[in-house]
Design a protein around this ligand. Structure first.
Ligand SMILES: [Zn+2]
Length: 438
């Protein structure tokens, strides 16, 4: 026997008698009724929500010939209750499901078979037996669907025995399930399509209101074609208009000027980023020169990146400055105080051995490098003042002496890029900013 919701898909309420009620997990109960207005999931259509008397129905599923309702309270066996379906949800499902039958029928006329379909929460799709669909074909299918909706063809439900259904040639099916229960329903769209289906459908194509095809995606070599039907088209249009109005204000232009305005903005941003990078590198050089005569060199900028750090250390290492810096401790860091960033610590070997471990601990850092240089990434710069104090405490004011090892020769600088390959690196080096598209 078909359920009341299948005999009349427009039925919104029904008085039903409780046949069974069983306690299940999580304080829920499973209830069967002598008949139901609530559709159990099937045929690609999700289940209904609603109420049975005072009980809220959160799920309905089919078990053989029965619809099992999962409810939040026990219901007395034999008691009668007014059952109400969440009509907004149900009618939405009817529009999407009947729209899918129409869409698949039109695609079928073009020898494109529907392998499966999904009724999603906001958008649905059919998976088709082709590798791709042209935009022209998609436009033509959408136009045809909407022309037929205006033709107001009837949806009719036929009931057949299992044997009759198996012998029926003209009705499409993807195979009857093993636990199929007679009678088997065939949904006919007048002069267009016959399809075996257990779902709830509109009684006339005009209730589908419209079909809007969206985009396609590839799946297992097939194409998934996404679509909206009925009220979902208006919902999507409303949210698109809302976004459009916000963009009108943000960009101070009409909708038709969006592409040109965004192109201009992107070009401006690219130019600004390029200038800002150049300025930051220049700043690194000047700020390094400013510290040449200090006993030790300590620098941090929240907005600095690796380019800035290199510009800073390159300036210290320049031939004309090397004699002032090669025996000094240098700490340069870039990144937010809270989340840290990148750093370079350079010092004569003995001092670096002394300073590395405590500084790494203070900045939550990891890194590697050479005997006179440590480079890496820090997770916080909150204790930078302690780092500075520690370095200051280790520095003995001396006159510059002959070079033991260059602070940062060009060869060493170039090799910084290769550190991430060293086996003793604990973490990969942060990526350098990609400047190729700027
Ligand atoms: Zn169906």
């Amino acid at each position: 026997m078909a359920f009341a919701c299948q005999r009349n898909s427009y039925l919104k309420e029904l008085v039903s008698k409780v046949a069974t009620c069983v306690s299940v997990a999580n304080g829920k109960f499973e209830v069967t009724l002598n008949d139901t207005v609530l559709f159990p999931e099937g045929g690609g259509q999700p289940d209904d929500h609603g109420i049975i008397g005072e009980a809220t129905v959160s799920q309905v599923y089919r078990r053989g010939a029965e619809a099992v309702h999962v409810v939040d309270r026990a219901l007395e066996i034999g008691s009668e209750h007014r059952c109400l379906v969440d009509w907004k949800r149900r009618f939405d499902h009817m529009q999407q499901h009947s729209g899918q039958h129409l869409l698949s029928a039109i695609l079928d006329r073009k020898n494109i078979e529907t392998m499966s379909w999904n009724l999603g929460e906001s958008v649905s799709h059919v998976e088709l037996s082709v590798g791709k669909l042209s935009a022209e074909l998609v436009d033509a299918v959408e136009r045809e669907c909407n022309e037929l909706i205006r033709s107001r063809q009837e949806f009719t439900v036929h009931y057949l025995s299992k044997l009759e259904a198996e012998n029926l040639k003209e009705a499409k099916t993807r195979g009857l399930p093993d636990d199929v229960v007679e009678p088997i329903r065939v949904i006919e769209i007048q002069d267009i399509d016959k399809n075996m289906c257990c779902g709830t459908h509109v009684s006339n194509l005009s209730d589908v209101q419209g079909v809007k095809l969206l985009h396609t995606e590839s799946k297992r070599g097939n194409v998934c074609l996404f679509f909206l039907c009925g009220n979902r088209i208006f919902d999507r249009l409303n949210s698109s208009l809302d976004v459009e109005r916000k963009l009108n204000k943000l960009l101070s232009c009409g909708t038709e000027d969006f592409p040109g305005t965004v192109d201009k903005l992107k070009a401006t941003v690219r130019l600004t980023q390029k200038s800002s990078k150049t300025f930051l590198k220049e700043l690194g050089r000047y700020e390094a020169l400013d510290q040449l005569d200090n006993d030790f060199i300590f620098q941090h900028r929240e907005d600095a990146d690796m380019d800035y750090i290199f510009a800073f250390t390159n300036a210290l290492n320049a031939d004309e400055n090397k004699h002032k810096t090669e025996h000094k401790v240098v700490f340069v860091a870039g990144g937010p105080i809270k989340t840290g960033g990148q750093f370079v610590l350079k010092a004569p070997c003995d001092k670096l051995a002394e300073l590395s471990a405590p500084i790494l601990e203070m900045i939550g850092g990891k890194g590697g490098g050479k005997k006179d240089q440590l480079q890496g990434k820090a997770t916080s710069f909150k204790q930078l003042s302690k780092v500075r104090d520690l370095i200051a405490s280790k520095v003995v004011k001396t006159e510059e002496t002959a070079s033991q090892a260059a602070l940062n020769t060009p060869e060493e600088q170039a090799s910084l890029q290769e550190f991430s390959n060293f086996s003793y690196w604990k973490v990969p080096l942060p990526d350098l900013p990609d400047t190729t598209d700027i």
